[in-house]
Design a binder for this molecule. Structure first.
Ligand code: XIL
Length: 376
């Protein structure tokens, strides 16, 4: 059951935005304004979630149930969590999250099968010595087989890194041992277990007009082109979308032409990890929330125009448990400079849809005004 206070404040918030009334007229047959039509597109909303917090914090649990149609395991599906010791699979927390989702009619998004940062140390050593694909293959098959109702899988996470190689592939143990074929092999392994799951590559750093992000977009598109041309089972692209106001504001033109190329490959997109790192903590809370929400809107204006966008997920739901906090040293330095004088919590980044009291912020309004987030 959804916490009543929360549900009420959510309703109050939604009815204060234009979205609810627009959704209500969706079934009428008279022509509607194209801008309004965009808001009734109905893009599913989800958030990254943690099993331990669902157990420990009922408000958090209720907020997830109140807002999300889909949950991404923030850490529970990662290889170094599941198989800390070789061959000893620990599905406890992953199952807990999957069961919670199933019991409440929520979908789980599969994140992530192959990521250089979630490789268990034993697997690294083993790959270095044995050079056996079966080590990777076994893990992929275990996960896709066990969670067989999952519709979307981030099969390879963050394969691009600029400045090392002409093909833009990130130096990693996977690349060292298996060469550039490892991306295709991982996709094929996932496909061999599930003929119906949608398989994605998930990438970050693709939004700004910076030289490094320009290069990332270029190399990412080249990778997609190679995979599509060789008939590898790739269905879609995950755009992490960790927006960052320290980089300026997102570049609609660059994102737009990047997305056009993705559409030409016949791939769908999924916004997988949306959040915003703030540039300045010196302003009032309202000003900060306004800047965060405006950046989200600038981004969504472009991506929600994409003909086949399957969902939008934020990397966390509430600032109470954001992965974007500052370190204690940074907090101290900022306090010396006079930040957080308005009484807001030191060190806290306000880059998620709900605040620490689970109150919706303008971020949420940016989502709903783009047709994202009405539970379906
Ligand atoms: C992060 C989690 O949020 C952290 O709690 C964890 O310690 C490390 O991973 N890109 C990704 C996510 O694809 O899996 C990462 O999640 C954030 C960056």
């Amino acid at each position: 059951m959804v916490n009543t206070t929360l549900e009420l404040s959510r309703r109050r918030f939604l009815s204060s935005s234009a979205t609810t009334s627009l959704l209500a007229v969706a079934s009428l047959s008279y022509p509607i304004d194209p801008i309004l039509a965009k808001t009734i597109k109905g893009i599913q909303f989800g958030a990254a979630a943690r099993a331990s917090l669902i157990v420990s914090d009922p408000q958090y649990r209720d907020a997830l149930l109140g807002y999300c149609s889909r949950l991404t395991p923030e850490i529970e599906f990662k290889w170094d969590r599941i198989e800390q010791e070789q061959g000893q699979f620990m599905f406890g927390e992953a199952d807990q999250l999957a069961n919670f989702a199933r019991d409440h009619g929520i979908e789980i998004y599969g994140h992530t099968l192959l990521w250089h940062r979630s490789l268990p140390p034993w697997a690294y050593e083993n790959l270095k010595v044995e050079r056996e694909w079966s080590i990777v293959d076994r893990y992929i098959r275990q996960m896709v087989g066990r969670y067989d109702g999952i519709r979307y899988w981030d099969v390879v996470n963050e394969p691009i890194e600029t400045g090392y190689r002409t093909d833009g592939l990130r130096p990693s143990i996977f690349l060292d041992v298996f060469g550039d074929e490892y991306v295709a092999s991982a996709l094929q392994a996932a496909r061999s277990v599930s003929s119906s799951a949608k398989l994605l590559i998930n990438e970050y750093g693709l939004e700004y007009d910076l030289a490094v992000e320009h290069d990332r977009r270029y190399h990412f598109l080249k990778l997609l082109e190679r995979l599509k041309h060789s008939g590898v089972p790739l269905d879609g692209v995950g755009l992490q979308a960790h927006l960052d106001l320290r980089k300026g504001t997102v570049s609609p033109a660059s994102i737009g032409s990047f997305l056009k190329e993705i559409a030409n490959f016949g791939l769908f997109i999924f916004v997988t990890e949306l959040d915003v790192t703030e540039a300045s903590y010196f302003q009032t809370v309202d000003e900060r929330d306004e800047q965060v929400a405006a950046e989200v809107s600038r981004y969504l204006d472009v991506v929600c125009d994409f003909p086949d966008i399957r969902g939008v997920t934020t990397w966390g739901l509430t600032d109470r448990y954001s992965w974007l906090g500052l370190s204690p040293e940074e907090v101290e330095a900022y306090i010396r400079l006079g930040y957080w004088r308005d009484g807001s919590s030191p060190g806290l980044n306000r880059g998620l849809p709900l605040d620490t009291d689970m109150r919706p912020k303008q971020f949420l309004r940016s989502l709903t005004s783009h047709g994202i987030g009405e539970k379906q």
